[in-house]
Design a protein around this ligand. Sequence first.
Ligand code: CU
Length: 136
Amino acid sequence: MASLTPMIRRRSTTLLVAALALGGLAACGGGGASAKKCPPKVETKTVTGGAITVCASDIKFDVDTIKAQPGPLKVTLVNGGAIYHTLKIPDANVELKTNSGKTDSATVTLSKGTHSFECAVPGHAAAGMKGKIVVG
Ligand SMILES: [Cu+2]
């Protein structure tokens, strides 16, 4: 039965790797006290219930375009990254500011049309931390 040994050994290695991978996933999704993770980035989020959450990580937001109805809009910024980020909406004169693992929110009322938002940390908008809010 000596010829079975290599196969058994290989299977053991595979199981070990699988267990490590599962362990890694659990650690990511487990939601430790300060471990907020952003969901995968999407092109568009449509506001429901007058509130939208945007997650910032290093170095992007989790959405490009937010579609909203006219009226008050509560914007919440979640920082799922390791460094400081903001979400600035110049048209509303609002800037949400978050350190790693923190959230900030404000309610804005934007006119119909397209409004930009961006992270105001130098270099971040240029690196892609920007998007738009389309109201109408
Ligand atoms: Cu930033």
